[in-house]
Design a protein around this ligand. Sequence first.
Ligand code: NAP
Ligand code: MG
Length: 475
Amino acid sequence: MFEYAPAPESRAVVDIRPSYRLFVGGEWTDSQGGTAHKTVNPASEEALSEVVWATEADVDRAVGAARKAFGVWSALPGSERAKYLFRIARIIQERSRELAVLETLDNGKPIRESRDVDLPLVAAHFFYYAGWADKLGHAGYGPDPRPLGVAGQIIPWNFPLLMLAWKIAPALACGNTVVLKPAETTPLTALLFAEICQQADLPPGVVNIVTGAGETGAALVNHPDVNKIAFTGSTEVGRQIARSVAGSGKRLTLELGGKAANIVFDDAALDQAVEGVVNGIFFNQGHVCCAGSRLLVQESVAEELLEALKRRLTTLRLGDPLDKNTDIGAINSAAQLAKIRELSEAGEAEGAERWSPACPLPERGYWFPPTIFTGVAQSHRIAREEVFGPVLSVLTFRTPAEAVEKANNTPYGLSAGVWTEKGSRILWMADRLRAGVVWANTFNRFDPTSPFGGYKESGYGREGGRHGLEAYLDV
Ligand code: NAP
Ligand code: MG
């Protein structure tokens, strides 16, 4: 082991205002009665800025602006809408360093990830759906598919800008207008995106950003003039939303939680599998809905794999998210840290064995070391509930049928991973795994052309690809 010199990314590239207003009708507007709240850097607990929590009246104004813009936007030829989306995509690329630094500051994720994963994918999503805007008649939804109207979009804090892109790009390509509510702990990149909309000369009201907490989200869900709700977040809130929307005629897509199995067979390339397991659960501190949080390893190679995995974990670097050498950043909030701790303690109490590499944690900020639980039973809470943190539960299996049974033994069904040298086995497994995405010999790989979404309590509807258009068209 040798020491790395610090390699901090400069935060001078981003200009954070002391406070932000709401972006409604193409302008920054004052809230009617909303209170200001700080958003903090979870790596230092330093306040970065203040945002306002939008009230019902604010949401009503934003929906009104989106409704007014809908007439103009939906009447544009697809090729004209595409020009705006291409322009937004190019500005995102031009300003990607600024966006990456801001994302890392507000969220706590390593700059290496925001720079090399989040931002390229955000731009790619806008480029991809820009390409669809003038080809909707060839997407398989009839010769002249119509937009739905005003879309209310509510996103979580784990991939703030990427979730915004997943929601806004297809909605706009199809001719809808949007009101988006970012998560309360990570509002800043959505507000910078609002600036980018201005810079791209997007017609006023096509994109509206209302910051706030759960109540703002609920006001958007319950607004009578919203035609569609797109939600990404917890299964619990997703359920509430499904109940409020039922019978209203609003269209709904839900992208909820997951408890994915990452399944390693004895014929897999083990070194490659170790990298895939690490990427599966420690990418973005495990704040990933499709994280490979359950490792299912074939008994005959379990010992060897675990040894290699533990060795690999000792080389992971946890610390300053703005340092380009950092692998594991900060936990997004004190509340999330408390939840990770609580579930990890339950894991120990229920009899699983806990292991972490020696890993000094910074004094300020919210941190949790990479953690592995072995001896996990399917009934343990850490095998059933979503931890949404850097915590891996290891279970073993003997036969492919047992692997399938254990993998599917969860209320969720968002993703799964299969590691084997045999193509036939990959196909056999993929046929039987009840998961929206099945990765083979890779994990957490995303592409705007590929649909993403869940089975069972992981939600319904697909985002990405041609399938993602369906959620924003009247078909
Ligand atoms: P969450 O509490 O459900 O929050 C998601 C969003 O909904 C936030 O913007 C939140 O605002 C808002 N919200 C909260 N209560 C609401 C209500 N009653 N009505 C309307 N909106 C409401 O989830 P989270 O804890 O932030 O995010 C983690 C969860 O998201 C995990 O379970 C994860 O699996 C899931 N997730 C799923 C996907 C996917 O694609 N399937 C992707 C990412 C995350 P506040 O921020 O103010 O609470
Ligand atoms: Mg929350």
